[in-house]
Design a protein around this ligand. Structure first.
Ligand code: C2E
Ligand code: MG
Ligand code: MG
Length: 719
């Protein structure tokens, strides 16, 4: 060994050799923190240091004189002439060189190394000094970082980075073997509701379970990735038939739906899945993912727990979306917008007290596009800011001009979308528009949807206070749909609540909606707010809400939204809302008859002719609701067996919608179960079995009306 070293040292050319004594060279080698070896031009090891012995596990006597191949994993040996760090031939690589590779320990284990090679020319040829650094730890850290960058930390599933990579690989393979690849976009239904009330830990555990269930549905070489809270993607590689993707989707849905024990409760969770197939629906990962997401949204529209393949029709939808966006960008400039106005009426006086500005868009290619379609797009693209300002300006100018023309002054209500609301320039814009138009601030009302306020209460409060300082009025639109926390509501300086159209639509026949409507009215009044019902279309809806204290209405029953000229005419005419009772005078005793047999209705009417009742008769329960809403009915006489809605359901709804009425059931069958149920549900006061004596009928009805009047009198005594 020493011989070898001396030999090597002696061979080093004196000009270029380091000016070191033999012992100092020894020291130099030994104090290097990394393994060092010197190799001759035939790849034989001449010298190694102590660190080399520690790291490689060899005693130096075992390597000196041997070929370096002993230290290199077998798989690199064939091409060592061009394998990075192992190219020792100075003719090929005469320069100093560094590289990464793998080295082999005595025990046969491999480890990653960084090698620096420095050729030194001696009189007898060239030797190479190789400094070898063990980079196992560095590699491990790097691998850990790479793992973190490519995986979801909670579930350990690949994230979107790695997904892109995996899709890329699957597509390459598919092209080579002419196969298909499916991408499943999985989104859980009502996930927020599912997670609500779960602790952080329990929520995490649930997510891990979900991830496990998804993985269990696919083959080993398929990929399940997590893209967001409740959003996952599945890549199905080398697919034979696209229909197989549907089977996997069904399987995933079935597996996911199994009841899941989380914390103290057992819950069920469903998911919606959209599927895109390569090459049909996209040539690259990005397009496939986008199209699968579009298909997923369509699946959601179908209901919970459905799946949907991407189709040409969906493709058209995207295309039309893009066309619409292009047109929308030019709409302001091309003057394609107009504002229609819909009157708002006072339910006490019947007079108009305000109007809402509703944007209309007429495009040459697309025709009339409804706000329900283009407002969300304007919102998404940010175009709502200039468009919204235009609406505001037009509405304020029009209102001011009508006031100048002598119409009685009233407020114009303008809708604000979320993006407008959060726009830092909003307050300035409104102030400027008011200034330019000369409209007094109190004649401008801003409608803000309930959902907007709920999401970020503190900031919304600051924004709304700033708006209120301008002196404008504020109303909360579509109330009842945004799940507001009622305790927050009283902190906001609103002037008016707009009851959502969905309650108004059902108010006369759905006790649930009626209860909500009544609650909204009571709530608004408790908070000193006015309440307006929007979307009133029938006399029944109007009377029902008016009699229950609703202050104002807006809806087709009085007028549709009108182009400004038509609206101006309506204002000038000063037409007001007529209430049914005012024109008719109120009859004393009103009886409602409901029976699917019109003969029977006619015979009852005949029997009661002398009684002086006002009789309203119908063969349909649905019409019965409308009549009840429009008229102050005292007694309801209804058959129990009817097609469509049966009498029990009808009467029990009536008992909740109009608890003051006296309800009598009649039936031709001695169906005791039905009668018992009706009584137990508090739905009926008396039961008459068919056929009945006319005299008995008259007596019973007279008693029922007395009962009704008695309870009304008690009610008025109390109030
Ligand atoms: P919204 O603010 O709740 O407006 C009321 C909607 O109900 C209007 O629909 C109106 O035409 C409709 N409506 C009124 N009475 C009845 C009725 O009796 N029956 C039925 N079925 N519908 C009735 P429209 O004009 O289609 O507007 C839809 C939504 O688009 C509005 O809902 C509002 O959120 C938004 N929108 C309209 N114009 C603008 C605007 O200038 N800016 C913003 N940001 N949003 C607007
Ligand atoms: Mg509105
Ligand atoms: Mg509304």
């Amino acid at each position: 060994m020493t011989h070898q070293r001396r030999f090597a040292m002696k061979k080093i050319d004196t000009d270029k050799a380091l000016p070191l004594s033999e012992t100092r060279f020894d020291d130099f080698l030994e104090c290097s923190p990394d393994p060092v070896m010197i190799v001759d031009d035939r790849h034989r090891v001449l010298i190694v240091n102590r660190r080399f012995e520690t790291i490689f596990g060899y005693d130096r006597s075992e390597v000196i004189g041997s070929s370096v191949e002993k230290l290199i994993p077998q798989r690199f040996i064939h091409h060592r002439d061009n394998a990075g760090g192992y190219c020792l031939n100075p003719e090929i690589r005469p320069m100093h060189h560094s590289g990464e590779n793998f080295a082999l320990r005595k025990d046969g284990s491999e480890f990653p190394v960084e090698i620096h090679l420095g050729p030194i020319t001696t009189a007898e040829g060239t030797v190479v000094v190789a400094t070898i650094r063990d980079i196992s730890e560095q590699k491990q850290n790097q691998a850990q970082l790479e793992y973190l960058a490519n995986h979801d930390s909670l579930t350990g599933l690949p994230n979107c980075n790695l997904l892109e990579d995996r899709i890329g690989q699957a597509l390459l393979q598919a092209k080579r073997f002419q196969q298909q690849v499916a991408l499943l976009f999985v989104d859980f239904d009502r996930f927020k509701l599912f997670m609500a009330g779960l602790s952080h830990d329990t929520g995490d555990r649930a997510l891990k379970k979900i991830a496990g269930r998804l993985k269990a549905c696919v083959r080993e070489y398929d990929t399940v990735a997590r893209l967001g809270d409740d959003v996952f993607a599945i890549v199905l590689a080398n697919l034979h038939e696209s229909a197989d993707a549907g089977k996997v989707a069904q399987n995933v849905q079935k597996n996911v739906l199994r009841p899941m024990e989380i914390g103290p409760r057992v819950s069920e969770l469903s998911c919606s899945i959209g599927i895109s197939i390569h090459p049909k629906d996209g040539k690259d990962g990005r397009t496939l993912l986008k199209n699968a997401e579009v298909a997923m949204l369509r699946a959601k529209e179908k209901g919970r727990g459905c799946f949907q393949f991407f189709t040409d029709e969906l493709n058209d939808r995207i295309a039309s979306h893009m066309t619409m966006e292009r047109c929308l960008r030019q709409a302001l400039e091309n003057q394609e917008f107009s504002v229609h106005y819909q009157p708002q009426m006072d339910l006490r006086t019947g007079r108009m007290i305000g109007f809402e500005a509703l944007l209309r868009w007429q495009n040459f290619d697309l025709g009339a596009v409804s706000p329900g379609r283009f407002i969300p797009l304007a919102e998404e693209t940010g175009l709502i800011i200039p468009i919204g300002e235009w609406v505001l300006r037009t509405a304020c100018m029009d209102n001011k001009n009508w006031q100048k023309a002598g119409c009685s002054p009233m407020a114009v209500a303008v809708n604000l979308s979320p993006r407008q609301f959060w726009d830092p320039g909003l307050v300035d814009t409104i102030a400027r528009v008011l200034d330019d138009s000369g409209l007094e601030p109190r004649y401008l009302e801003l409608e803000i949807t309930e959902g907007l306020v709920v999401r970020d209460v503190e900031n919304a409060l600051a924004m709304i206070s700033a708006l209120k300082k301008l002196g404008v009025q504020l109303s909360i639109d579509d109330f009842g749909t945004g799940y507001s926390n009622l305790s927050h509501l009283k902190r906001f300086p609103f002037d008016k609540l707009k009851m959502d159209i969905s309650f108004v639509r059902e108010v006369t026949h759905d006790p649930g909606c009626a209860a909500i409507a009544k609650t909204i009215i009571a709530l608004a009044h408790n908070l000193n707010l006015k309440v307006i019902a929007e979307g009133i279309e029938t006399e029944g809806q109007l009377s029902y809400l008016r009699l229950r204290g609703c202050d104002e209405m807006q809806g087709f029953y009085f007028s549709k939204p009108l182009p400004s000229q038509d609206f101006e005419r309506l204002m000038m005419e000063g037409r007001s809302l007529q209430f049914p009772e005012q024109s008719e005078g109120r009859p004393k005793r009103v009886l409602l008859l409901v029976d699917d047999e019109s003969n029977l209705l006619a015979s009852i009417e005949r029997a009661l002719r002398q009684e002086g009742y006002r009789i309203l008769a119908t063969t349909k329960a649905s019409e019965g609701f409308e009549l009840l809403a429009k008229n102050r009915i005292g007694v309801v006489l209804s058959d129990l067996r009817m097609p469509g809605m049966d009498g029990i359901e009808f009467l029990s709804r009536v008992s909740r919608l109009h608890p003051e009425t006296i309800r009598i059931a009649m039936s031709g069958y001695a169906d005791m179960n039905m009668v018992t149920e009706a009584i137990n549900r508090g739905a009926i006061y008396k039961f008459l079995s068919k056929p009945f004596e006319n005299q008995a009928l008259r007596q019973n009805l007279a008693k029922a009306f007395e009962q009704y009047e008695l309870s009304l009198a008690r009610h008025y005594d109390r109030t």
